[in-house]
Design a protein around this ligand. Structure first.
Ligand SMILES: [Zn+2]
Length: 426
């Protein structure tokens, strides 16, 4: 299912629109939005403090402990760190209403030892991870403390989660644990990731990842030439076979061999070569077809390399393909209550919707369970994410916690103001 162009989106239905109007017009909600804006400086300070506690892939513990303390400090209940390192806290609803999950991820892509100290130049802050997703965590914490302080009583509950393993080979392991293993009962999901508040994610780009290895006997580069197959040459053959493949523009479908390692020295035929392959599409069937096609190229390359040297028995090169990542694809219904609430909240705050698209992030997981899901912007302006020169610019950054708070409260409903927009499905 393709993503609907913004110009063709259905109008926001009356029920959603009027609930949002009632919320936005209420003086207590107005006070909450003002408080969030006034909290901008403190939110930024927290963003910097969190960024400077490194959270390398699979090593989020120190940052998790910090977040655990902050969840407690801001008055959430049932605050805990689970077995895999996710940090959870609940803002309890006044009755047995729908549960909305708000999520931001703890991990960064940067390895241990990376200098994560934040450098400021005017309104620009530079550090690896300063935006992705430290800004999301800071926005989420602002939402939590300000709703608690506001005294507003949501009808349904809000579950705040700081997830582990969103990036790269983390393969969404935090949210997968919560949703696939623990089957947490939530009725709607709001992720906060990437700065732009004008963007609403309506789809989940699927990603399949593979570790591909060739292993063979190796040998002297001169003496065994023409006798021993080369693991590196086989990899090169495979790459040459798929590098020119054309993939669909819609749904956007991509492939990338992002890491390659192998060989031991210049005058040895390589015994080993391995590579990491990333395949993505907004449509699962397109993704599977591409995967089949690309994986077959590695088999063809194996055969050709073995044939070139007439390898037999122990001299044969072997191929192994190991799946290292599986992120399910999916597309939201344009009438999903979470998407509609987010659009209505944008409207209430005067934020234009400029990008309605799919990406690969924590919301892939709840969306694959059929839970209405989206991901909203973390605020400010960002650049060079996943690079050492990542930067974040302070610019109307409070709009993110305002947007997330309004969206979430409209979904849970608020005692004395509005009924939940979200159904209690599970
Ligand atoms: Zn991210």
């Amino acid at each position: 299912m393709p993503i609907t162009p913004i110009s063709e989106l259905p109008e926001i239905p009356q029920g959603t629109a009027s609930a949002m109007e009632s919320l936005a017009a209420d003086h207590r909600v107005k006070a909450l939005l003002d408080a969030i804006r006034e909290d901008d400086e403190a939110t930024l300070e927290e963003q910097i403090a969190i960024c400077e506690v490194a959270a390398p892939p699979f090593k989020e513990k120190a940052r998790g402990e910090m977040l655990l303390g902050l969840f407690r400090k801001y008055g959430l209940s049932d605050v805990r760190m689970d077995e895999v390192g996710n940090v959870l806290g609940v803002l309890k609803g006044s009755s047995d209403g729908p549960v909305v999950q708000i999520a931001a991820h703890q991990d960064t892509v940067f390895p241990e030892g990376t200098d994560v100290r934040v450098k400021r130049e005017g309104d620009v802050y530079r550090a690896p991870g300063i935006s992705d997703d430290t800004r999301g965590l800071a926005s989420m914490l602002c939402v939590a403390r300000q709703i608690v302080r506001s005294g507003l009583k949501p009808v349904g509950s809000i579950l705040f989660t700081a997830s582990v393993g969103e990036e790269g080979n983390g393969d969404l392991r935090g949210e997968k644990y919560l949703h696939y293993e623990k089957k947490i009962p939530v009725d709607g999901f709001i992720g906060i990731d990437a700065a732009d508040v004008r963007r609403i994610l309506s789809g989940a780009t699927g990603a399949h990842r593979w570790l591909i290895s060739y292993d063979g006997p190796g040998g002297h580069s001169y003496h065994k030439f023409g006798i021993a197959p080369s693991a590196i040459h086989a990899m090169g053959r495979a790459i040459a076979k798929f590098a020119d493949l054309r993939t669909p523009e819609e749904p956007r479908t991509t492939f990338n061999l992002g890491v390659i390692k192998g060989g031991s020295t210049v005058n040895a035929i390589a015994e080993h070569c391995e590579a990491q392959l990333d395949l993505r599409s907004g449509d699962n069937s397109v993704l599977l077809a591409l995967e089949k096609e690309v994986l077959a190229k590695f088999d063809e390359a194996l055969e050709e390399e073995n044939r070139r040297v007439n390898a037999e028995g122990d001299m044969l090169l072997r191929l192994t393909k190991k799946p290292i990542g599986n992120r399910p694809a999916g597309v939201s219904d344009d009438l999903s209550p979470v998407i509609l609430a987010a659009r209505a909240a944008q409207k209430a705050l005067g934020i234009p919707l400029t990008r309605y698209m799919s990406a690969s992030t924590d919301h892939n997981v709840p969306l694959s369970r059929g839970i209405p899901s989206t991901t909203l912007g973390a605020g400010g302006v960002e650049g060079n994410n996943h690079a050492l020169n990542e930067w974040w610019k302070r610019e109307s950054a409070w709009l993110s916690p305002q947007l997330v708070a309004l969206t979430a409260l409209s979904l849970t409903g608020v005692e004395g103001i509005t009924a939940p927009l979200l159904g209690k499905g599970r």
